[in-house]
Design a binder for this molecule. Structure first.
Ligand code: NDP
Ligand code: GDR
Length: 337
């Protein structure tokens, strides 16, 4: 049987890299849409996918350019398209709301319009977010909870969600959104709070740093492991009928608890190192997210395999390895000097 062919946008990101591994393990032919600047600087931009480069096909395109997306769809037919690319950092969306909106809303619209024009049979997945719930109207949040986004990022994701639903309803395409709560891993970007914490723990442990400055320690998130969440994306696309689903661990923890656990991994008390700094507060905060994913668990037979504690442990352990190498390099540079 011919292997299924999937296109992933955002392949170089945390989720894209895990999803590519997962689809390859299932026998898929995996293609990725990547920025031309990334192709030009593979050493730095492909660090999450360098072990996959000989098994995947990359196409240069920009989410800001409909012709570049149209070009890919006019040359390659796909069975499934996972649209993960986005400006995904909520903090940055306050700093530059315009480019976040442009990339996230127009980019999603271009993907949908290109598919409708050239391959409407291709199944489409949109990476929706718990940030769409924002100032939450109920606890826990589920598929029927109204949206009240609190950032340009959240607003852009609501627009992407609405576009995805509209293409499904108007044109009968298989277009589905995952409403995914926070998921992390050792491949998480360093600007997100979990990775910022685990990286600081490792640097402090190695004597390479002495403090960690963060914003709101009381914010609560429903944190899972990205590896578990990409399995759910794939399962959502395998269904007969498209249905938007909440995917979450069902547990919430504060940033403070995350710090406590991560520092305790190396025998330190977070209170000796963590400093709250106004600079990292958001103009409008999302205080408390916790998801009810019972519908997805039932419909997909999905269960997360990682616990919160295992997630923190794995992230700290990876960052200790990296900081260990950095400390070695620093000391050998010192010896040479
Ligand atoms: P990352 O920030 O790790 O990855 C984002 C990806 O999008 C990168 O591959 C990046 O490419 C690409 N990208 C950004 N801007 C553009 C652009 N203008 N043109 C082309 N590609 C672009 O995000 P995650 O992997 O964590 O998240 C994947 C998706 O899921 C995102 O849409 C995010 O908003 C959403 N999401 C994530 C959650 C999470 O907790 N991780 C939860 C809910 C939703 P490059 O490497 O070149 O910068
Ligand atoms: P989030 O993730 O905004 O939930 O979006 P992030 O890790 O950035 O923030 C989580 C919470 O921690 C608080 N916080 C800090 N955050 C950062 N980044 N840095 C700090 O120093 C800091 N101190 C406290 C934040 O205020 C917030 O309350 C992530 C992204 O992956 C989105 O793309 C995705 O859609 C959502 O998760 C679900």
């Amino acid at each position: 049987m011919k292997p299924k062919k999937a296109l992933i946008t955002g392949l170089t990101g945390q989720d894209g890299s895990y999803l590519a591994e997962h689809l390859l393990s299932l026998g898929y032919e995996v293609h990725g849409l990547v920025r031309r600047v990334a192709l030009e600087d593979p050493g730095r931009r492909f660090n999450r996918i360098e072990h996959l480069l000989d098994q995947i096909t990359l196409h240069a395109a920009s989410l800001e350019s409909y012709p570049s997306i149209f070009h890919i769809f006019s040359r390659h037919q796909f069975d499934e398209c996972y649209h993960l690319a986005a400006q995904s950092f909520v903090g940055e969306s306050f700093a530059d709301g315009f480019s976040t909106m442009n990339t996230n809303i127009n980019g999603t619209h271009y993907m949908l319009a290109g598919l409708r024009e050239l391959q409407p049979q291709c199944k489409f997945y949109f990476a929706g977010s718990s940030e769409m719930f924002g100032k939450v109207r109920e606890v826990p949040q589920k598929e029927t909870t109204p949206f009240h986004p609190r950032s340009p990022y959240g607003i852009s994701k609501v627009a992407g969600f609405d576009l995805t639903r509209n293409y499904r309803e108007a044109y009968g395409m298989f277009c589905v959104s995952g409403i995914f709560f926070n998921h992390e891993s050792p491949r998480r970007g360093f600007e997100f709070v979990t990775r910022k914490i685990t990286s600081a723990v490792a640097h402090i442990h190695q004597g390479l740093a002495s403090e960690l400055r963060v914003g709101n320690l009381e914010a609560r998130r429903d944190w899972g492991h990205a590896k578990d969440y990409v399995r759910a994306m794939h399962l959502m696309v395998q269904r007969e009928e498209p249905e938007d689903l909440v995917v979450a661990s069902g547990e919430s923890h504060s940033v403070r608890e995350f710090c406590e656990l991560a520092f305790a991994e190396v025998g330190l008390d977070y209170r000796d190192y963590v400093i709250q700094d106004e600079k990292f507060y958001r103009p409008a905060e999302v205080e408390h997210l916790i998801g009810d994913s019972s519908k997805a668990r039932e419909a997909l037979g999905w269960e997360p395999q990682y616990t919160f504690q295992e997630l923190v442990k794995e992230m700290v352990s990876r960052d200790l390895e990296l900081a260990g190498k950095a400390a070695e390099m620093a000391s050998s540079a010192g010896a040479i000097a």
